[in-house]
Design a protein around this ligand. Structure first.
Ligand code: PMP
Length: 411
């Protein structure tokens, strides 16, 4: 087989479908969030741009307390963990952070992983595989890491229509009562920004004795009195069996975790390959996570300012007639519905206006629902928001993109 030709053909297909991913070369500037330096070519000149699509939602990746903690740990503990958690890679910071995460979510214990992706993939695969004859009920819009965990478990699964509690109930009712059941869902869905009806899903899960597994990756740090997520905000944390989160988004760092009962955590710790057989997070990441968590717990003002910026951006976008997708979260998607137009607008915003927003295309979202996904932070000023909206408006009405206005005005 001509392997090189195969790779070329596959990549050509992606290009033809406008799905070929081009990464923006960014150099984040500590203390200058949300500005970053952008280079069109690796050795070319740098230009300052405003980043509009970061998941460092609250700018915690630049918070002085986080930087100090990481610097301190780096100098004290060195760079890496030096091993898997079992073989010399458990640092004091890991232990403290797991205690703090458990307490934050009102759970008995927590377990760190090297990413949110791994935490979903390996925890779900492990739970479902070992629970004999289990059935998983998964929301249709669940993240790739959840889907991968379910597939790797090789257990039976059913997909319920997105956020459709009645459909979930039907599927649960159609399964033999004695089989172990796991309901898997997210709180804030990353691409549409809509929020699941947590309490109603808990009602149904409890009726059928199902374990609940909630991905709060896009909510931890951002919702609830102490920032512990939508489960805290809605007062249902004690009804969720497993809360999964990440330190890669509102924490401003890297790493994932689950929080649950002591028994469940000990079980995953003891059986999950994605936890056991990999080098653990560097101690300085755990130290940074602990510092970030301490700030996030008391960051009600920052959360209020964040929501204020989100509201302002939404209001301005809607005011000029741009099709901003409605939701009750901090994620502001603008519907484009065409991959080439989505990319063309994103390129033009970057080149002509110094505004960086990555186009969101298939398979991240279904074909025909391509969009620009804006994530304002508390540090995007009113002036930045106004500039963004006027630049987007100009691009939108540039007829060279051949955007079909009837295709986008229905929102
Ligand atoms: N769950 C959801 C819903 C996500 O959007 C993501 C990342 N985009 C993950 C899990 C994985 O988290 P991480 O980036 O920490 O690997």
């Amino acid at each position: 087989m001509d392997f090189e030709q195969f790779f070329k053909d596959q990549l050509r297909r992606l290009r033809e479908e406008n799905r070929y991913r081009v990464f923006a070369d960014l150099e984040r500037q500590a203390g200058r969030f949300p500005y970053a330096l952008w280079r069109e070519e690796a050795h070319g000149p740098a230009r300052e741009v405003v980043v509009w699509c970061s998941n460092d939602y609250l700018g915690m990746g630049q918070h002085p307390a986080v930087l100090d903690a990481m610097r301190g740990s780096l100098m004290l503990n060195g760079a890496g963990a030096g091993g898997t958690r079992n073989i010399s890679g458990t640092s004091h910071h890991h232990v403290l952070l797991e205690h703090a995460l458990a307490e934050w979510h009102g759970k008995e214990a927590a377990l760190l992983f090297t990413s949110g992706y791994i935490s979903n993939e390996t925890s779900l695969a492990t739970l479902a595989k070992h629970l004999t004859n289990a059935v998983i009920y998964s929301d249709a819009d669940n993240h790739a890491s959840i889907i991968s965990g379910i597939r790797n478990s090789r257990c039976e699964y059913r997909i319920f229509r997105h956020n459709d509690v009645e459909h979930l109930r039907e599927l649960l009712a159609a399964t033999e009562a004695e089989r172990p059941k796991i309901v898997v869902f997210e709180s804030v869905y990353s691409m549409d920004g809509d929020i699941a009806p947590l309490s109603a899903i808990c009602d149904v899960a409890e009726e059928f004795g199902a374990l609940t597994y909630l991905d709060e990756v896009h909510a931890v740090g951002l919702y609830g009195e102490h920032g512990a997520g939508i489960a805290e905000r809605d007062g249902v944390a004690d009804r969720i069996t497993v809360i999964e989160g990440t330190m890669g988004k509102a924490f401003g760092l890297l790493g994932g975790y689950i929080a649950a009962s002591a028994g469940l955590i000990d079980f995953v710790r003891s059986f999950a390959p994605g936890f056991i057989f990999t080098t653990s997070l560097p101690p300085m990441i755990a130290a940074g996570g602990l510092a970030s968590l301490r700030v996030l717990r008391g960051a009600a003002d920052l959360r209020a300012r964040h929501q204020d910026r989100v509201r302002y951006l939404r209001r301005l976008l809607a005011g000029v007639g741009l099709p901003v997708m409605p939701n009750a979260s901090h994620i502001v998607p603008v519907w484009v519905g065409d991959s080439s137009v989505c990319k063309a607008i994103s390129d033009r915003l970057l080149m002509d206006y110094g505004i960086y927003v990555q186009p969101i295309n298939y398979p991240t979202v279904p074909r025909g629902s391509e969009r620009l996904r804006f994530t304002p932070s508390p540090f995007h000023s009113a002036e930045m928001i106004e500039k963004l909206v006027s630049a987007l408006y100009e691009c939108w009405h540039d007829r060279s993109f051949a955007l079909d206005p009837t295709g986008t005005s229905s929102l």
